[in-house]
Write a protein that binds this ligand. Structure first.
Ligand SMILES: C[S@@+](CC[C@H](N)C(=O)[O-])C[C@H]1O[C@@H](n2cnc3c(N)ncnc32)[C@H](O)[C@@H]1O
Length: 202
C-alpha cells in the first residue's frame, strides 16, 4: 500500500453502484484487455476493481485509490483471499497529485464518484489528474446515475446527466466515445484522452 497521509472518511464511503448495474454489459462495453494498466479512482471496497483485476490478469497492473482507508483494507483482504496479485491500493485524495507517472494509465474509472467529487469541490483536481495520468487515446470511464428523482443514488439535483458530465470533463482534453445504459438506473460514458497539440508525447 502507498499511503499519502491521514484523511477523514469522505461522504460516499461504504456506498457502491456495482450491485445495481449489469456487470457483464459494463465490462463488455469497457472492453478491458489483459495486460493493461487500470486506475480506479474512488474505488471504495473495490467492487469494480476486483473483477477488473481478474480480466486484466498478471501481465497488467491495477491501482485502486480512495480516501477511505477501511474500504481499501477490505479490498486488500479480498484480493488476498482471491489470490489477486496485480493490485496496488493507495490511500489518497484523487484531486491531488498521485504517486504515479504521467501517461502511464490505459483506463481510468470513476464509478458513481464524480457527483460526490463535484459536491465536494474536488472534481476539477481529479479530472486534471486523470488527464495527466492517462496515455493519449486512453479511456476515462464514468458511471453515473440517471438524472431521475428518487432512489437509488443521490438527490436528483446532485445526479448528473450525460451532457452535464461531458461539459465537466471536456475542458480537460476528453472526447466522448460511447454512452450506454448499464442497468435500469445507471449509464456508462467513455471518453478518450486527446493528444494535446504541441505537447510532448505522454
Ligand atoms: C459512492 S462511492 C463509490 C465506490 C465505488 N466506485 C463503487 O461504486 O463500488 C464513492 C467513493 O469515492 C471515495 N471518494 C470521495 N472523494 C474522494 C477523493 N477526493 N479521493 C479519493 N476517493 C474519494 C469515497 O471514499 C467512496 O469510497
Amino acid at each position: 500500500m502507498i499511503s499519502a497521509g491521514p484523511y477523514q472518511e469522505p461522504p460516499g464511503a461504504g456506498k457502491s453502484s456495482f450491485d445495481l448495474i449489469e456487470a457483464e454489459k459494463f465490462f463488455r462495453e469497457l472492453n478491458l484487455m489483459p495486460g493493461v494498466t487500470f486506475l480506479d479512482l474512488g474505488c471504495g471496497q473495490g467492487a469494480y476493481t476486483l473483477p477488473a483485476a481478474e480480466i486484466i490478469g498478471p501481465s497488467g497492473r491495477v491501482y485502486a485509490v480512495d480516501l477511505w482507508a477501511a474500504g481499501l483494507a477490505a479490498l486488500r483482504e479480498a484480493a488476498h483471499r482471491e489470490k489477486v496479485k496485480n493490485l496496488q491500493t493507495l490511500v489518497a485524495d484523487s484531486s491531488q497529485p498521485l504517486p504515479l507517472a504521467s501517461g502511464s494509465i490505459d483506463v481510468c474509472l470513476l464509478a458513481t464518484v464524480l457527483h460526490d467529487l463535484a459536491e465536494a469541490g474536488t472534481a476539477a483536481g481529479t479530472l486534471r489528474e486523470a488527464a495527466r495520468l492517462l496515455k493519449t487515446g486512453g479511456k476515462l470511464a464514468i458511471v453515473e446515475f440517471n438524472k431521475k428523482a428518487g432512489p437509488p443514488g443521490p438527490p436528483v439535483d446532485i445526479k448528473m446527466s450525460p451532457p452535464e458530465v461531458e461539459a465537466m470533463v471536456a475542458p480537460y482534453g476528453f472526447r466522448q466515445d460511447k454512452l450506454v445504459e448499464v442497468g435500469p438506473h445507471n449509464y456508462l460514458l467513455i471518453f478518450r484522452r486527446e493528444a494535446i497539440p504541441g505537447a510532448a508525447a505522454a
